[in-house]
Design a protein. Structure first.
Ligand SMILES: [Zn+2]
Length: 145
């Protein structure tokens, strides 16, 4: 895919930050500018989606609003290794399924920084961190509290 004069792989999740390419770009602008995770909530039925959607998967309504998510949570499962690493990420990498604080319970699969693969554990308290990526973009990760 070509954005401006720059080629961007279609396997690269980062183009979702481009306003002209996706309707969920606001997720990334809020993450970058305010350091907060947000997602979509259906104004019709109240369903909270993760990741953010442009249509409610519960009732198919397109009437969605942005809601802020907690910046802390608890690790529910851990995976580590040296397989495919996306831009903005380095090795070694640990990924975790994290249940964010608050209601409804939202579970986020994310990079877990600041912990060795063998030290990552279910039940660890973690918090959001915003990681600079290429071309003035950001990605999110979590780190131990
Ligand atoms: Zn709905």
């Amino acid at each position: 895919m070509i954005v401006g004069d720059e080629y961007i792989s279609t396997l690269d999740i980062i183009p979702q930050q481009e306003e002209g390419l996706t309707r969920i770009h606001q997720f990334f602008s809020t993450l970058k500018n305010e350091g907060v995770l947000t997602t979509s909530k259906c104004a019709a039925c109240g369903h909270v989606s993760w990741p953010p959607r442009i249509m409610c998967p519960a009732c198919t309504s397109g009437d969605l609003v942005w809601v802020r998510l907690a910046s802390e949570g608890v690790v529910k499962a851990v995976a580590g290794g040296e397989a495919v690493v996306l831009r903005g990420y380095g090795l070694p990498h640990v990924h975790a399924l994290i249940q964010l604080d608050g209601e409804p319970p939202v579970r986020v699969f994310s990079r877990l920084n600041g912990v060795a693969p063998d030290d990552a554990r279910e039940g660890m308290r973690v918090r959001l961190t915003v990681v600079p990526a290429s071309r003035d973009r950001v990605v999110f990760a979590f780190e131990p509290v």
